[in-house]
Design a protein around this ligand. Sequence first.
Ligand code: FAD
Ligand code: DLZ
Ligand code: SF4
Length: 506
Amino acid sequence: SSRLILVLGDQLSQNLSALSQAEKARDTVLMAEVADEAGYVPHHKKKIAFVFSAMRHFADELGAAGWQVRYVRLNDPDNTGSITGEIARAIGDLSIANVQVTEPGEYRLKAALLEWADQSQTDLHMLEDDRFVATHQEFRNWADGRKQLRMEYFYREMRRKTGLLMNGDQPEGGRWNFDAENRKPANADLFMPQPPRSDPDDITTEVLSLVETRFGDNFGQLRPFWFAVTRAGALEALDHFVEHALPLFGDHQDAMLEAEPFLYHSVLSHYLNAGLLGPMEICRQVERAYYEGRAPLNAVEGFIRQIIGWREYVRGLYWLKMPGYTERNHFGATRPLPDFYWTAKTEMACMAAAIGQTRDHAYAHHIQRLMVTGNFAMLAGVDPHEVHEWYLAVYADAYEWVEAPNVIGMSQFADGGLLGSKPYAASGNYINKMSDHCSHCCYDVKRKFGANACPFNPLYWDFLARNADKLRGNPRLGHAYRTWDRMDPEKQAQYRDSAREILDSL
Ligand code: FAD
Ligand code: DLZ
Ligand code: SF4
């Protein structure tokens, strides 16, 4: 009998399991823009526009490929506002009894679908999402019985599984990881590559006015809107990255420049997470650039590790630890998120740059997310759940399965060290070493405390002192605590007084 095939906004892949196990001549595809998905956090305007426009283009492509598509627009008068509501309405209109869907990426929606199917006694067939390198089962098997889950070991398994950069069972170049070569700062350069920009077509233009009308008060700059919204456009962005930015990706992976939001990063995560690109096709193309002598091993290995290592690892951890993971709060932090995360109005040049480009592009690269906005929130003792909701809202690539482990685990250490072996806490010195922000800042990065000292300096020591009961035993912080312990008490008090003043002013 005929089936309803649900395709979600981050499932825009022709090879999606729900589609490959369906029949064009018999089944109907349902895609729906709904208020619930557009509103469970206050998404950045560009993120909503990207998802809706990419959904509309994908629906057209499915139609052109011969599928029957029922596409519900946000403004359709009968729109019920939820995915389950739209399934129920479609089932009624089309007299279909069976629903088929690929497992949603977020726990929230998966739970809602299963609960609804149960209550309405609908036959709901949920298929595995095979657009990843590792299955849930493989990750669980790997994690089972390990005392510590470390990305590096999981990554090696994924290298072996995929054969990427492998010579038989040996890693290309004799080492698994070339990160030691990847920590160089960057210099402003007139020839810095920029991600390619697409002009809005008619579909995108219509979506932009919808977003303007319905989400005009949301965070973020809607225009200029330059993201690609089709697979063809995303493939062009991939080619562009491999040709222009990949060769220097490794060297400057951790660098930050005031005037260069993208540096040598790929800016592909929103395409990948929405399904317009697949992880293996990206990695194969990047690997080819190495074997053809167009990019060095430190860049290619570092890039492939982000995708088959980190991306797969955080997804595995998410499904292992949900529900409950997003509520973790190891340090018991309770401060509300400072308002400047929404306005970029702060005197801290590094924060203003990271938040400002987040507002403009719905993008910041990894080190900004981790060592600037994330680091500051952790040092300041911001409630990790508020931090989590901010990250989930403001980035075009943000879906909870990838965002939550990065925020709750990697950046806030709110899971108490499940994901990372130590908190990514750093004083201004780190930011100064890796960026040119401090030379644009009204704070003095060399000043330890007192008026116009870089706020990261007292906050760093205050964070360690405040959380000594939880962190002192961490071997990777031994050096920092020895330094703190040797400091004379007057100096310690100056750090802590300064921190108190900064925190009170937030
Ligand atoms: P590149 O630097 O070019 O890296 C290549 C690809 O590797 C990315 O496109 C991405 O798919 C993958 N990748 C790299 N690092 C990670 C990582 N730590 N976890 C998972 N995948 C990774 N990434 C998201 O996709 N969505 C998020 O919501 C998200 N939230 C984050 C929040 C915090 C606090 C931190 C520290 C990191 C977060 N990341 C997230 C990971 C990373 O910052 C982004 O994937 C990256 O900045 C995207 O830009 P890019 O495509 O230019 O990446
Ligand atoms: C992010 C998003 C937004 C903004 N809107 C929709 C939508 O209207 N309809 C839809 O199917 N998906 C949307 N998405 C993506 C979903 O939130 C995503 O599929 C779930 O979070 C599961 O990962
Ligand atoms: Fe950021 Fe401190 Fe440098 Fe200013 S001085 S840019 S606040 S690290």
